[in-house]
Design a protein around this ligand. Sequence first.
Ligand code: PEP
Length: 249
Amino acid sequence: MALRKLVAGNWKMHGLSADLEEIRTIAEASRAYPTVDVALCVPAILIERAARAVPGFAIGGQDVHQAEKGAHTGCTSALMLLDSGASLTIVGHSERREAQRENDGEVKAKAESALGVGLTVILCVGESLEVRERGAAVATVIAQLDASIPHESTEEAELAVAYEPIWAIGTGKIPTVGEIAEMHSAIREQLVHRYGAAGNQVRILYGGSVKASNAGEIFSIADVNGALVGGASLKAADFIPIVAAAALV
Ligand code: PEP
């Protein structure tokens, strides 16, 4: 059976109280596409207000600390995200892997911590342009995936993997259909290798310059089970057509 598509927006460091109205518009418009799971991952400080503004709509975080609690100034635990009203979180986004130097082991611990409290996890992997150009993209991403994904996937545990080529994020460049197909198929194979049949239930999202004009083609690729959307998720006018494209496949 085909997996339900998941279209998640990553608002990054965007979003003030004034933007709650846009979140309401997105949540309301998403209801026209009940076959698609739609979510917005907003700054941690906005989660509680966003979740209150749109009851029943999935609001998520963009990162989580792996520890339950403790001396970790400025960090947010999985339980804190849940307590604020989040139902999911991104982990291992390339911007954090680069700027905060997060490694695969930390990303894995973050994913396990979030799954442990019942949050859905969107775990990001992806190669740099240099790696793509020297023909090592698949091997690099699979090694990254293998080192970052949790030990076990249980039925309760909701894990999604987002393939986000770093060179495609915010650049307007996207891989070819063949390149996306090759990577998603390799990720699926690795998930089945790790989790057995349960690996077929893990959604694999594509992320990197997804917009209304390319979403339909991307969603029609085998093993593309949704998208992680940055810039085009900030406005309902840009984001909802992507959700609509997911509903058509
Ligand atoms: C992202 O940062 O997760 C992302 C996919 O960004 P964009 O859609 O803007 O390329």
